[in-house]
Write a protein that binds this ligand. Structure first.
Ligand code: FES
Length: 188
């Protein structure tokens, strides 16, 4: 007699890592890793953006909200950004964003930042393997979802500058657990 599927197959948890990378350096580096046939963990999903300066911190929150166990942000080395200063802006945001993440209760070990150039395919493979191993050790990121379930609503950071921007670098205000449905306009 065949045993029920649930008893015969153990579901092995695999970490889900989202990587936001810039088009010009890290994406090309990841491509080089592929064309060089370097092997690295397949637990990563790469999202390509023009520059790390384009990465809105809400992208990262959304990734966690949609089930990511870890998020990696990677771009050109300082001084090599194809838009001159995009990665400097990203680095400043990063410092501020870490504090905001702590404020909403996100484990900072699940978020990493790296510089990987187009010539660093091997470094990309190393960064990915290290990140996957680290998140594997940490286990599934259930804390964030427990927090969402507790508040019973979508967690948003209100990064309002009052002008429709994302507020980075300009008097950021932060409020936890502000519910904002699609299309709803800010009233503050
Ligand atoms: Fe790569 Fe700006 S183009 S970080």
């Amino acid at each position: 007699m065949t045993e029920p599927k649930a008893e015969t197959e153990k579901v092995v948890w695999q970490p889900k890592i989202i990587a936001f990378v810039c088009n010009w350096c890290t994406y090309a580096g990841a491509d080089l890793a592929g064309t060089s046939r370097l092997k690295y963990d397949a637990n990563i999903r790469v999202l390509r953006l023009p520059c790390t300066g384009r990465i809105d911190p809400l992208f990262i929150l959304k990734a966690f909200e949609r089930g990511a166990d870890g998020v990696l942000v990677s771009g050109c080395h300082p001084g090599d950004c194809h838009y001159n200063t995009g990665n400097y802006h990203a680095r400043r945001r990063w410092t501020l964003f870490r504090e905001l993440l702590q404020f909403v209760g996100i484990d900072l070990q699940r978020l990493q930042f790296a510089w990987v150039s187009a010539a660093e395919g091997a470094k990309w493979a190393d960064v990915v393997n290290a990140m996957v191993a680290h998140v594997r050790e940490l286990g599934p990121f259930e804390g964030y979802h427990a927090m969402l379930a507790q508040s019973g609503q979508t967690l948003w950071l209100a990064m309002a500058d009052g002008k429709g921007g994302n507020g980075w670098g300009r008097g950021v205000t932060c409020a936890p657990a502000v519910e904002r449905s699609k299309g709803e306009k800010k009233t503050e």
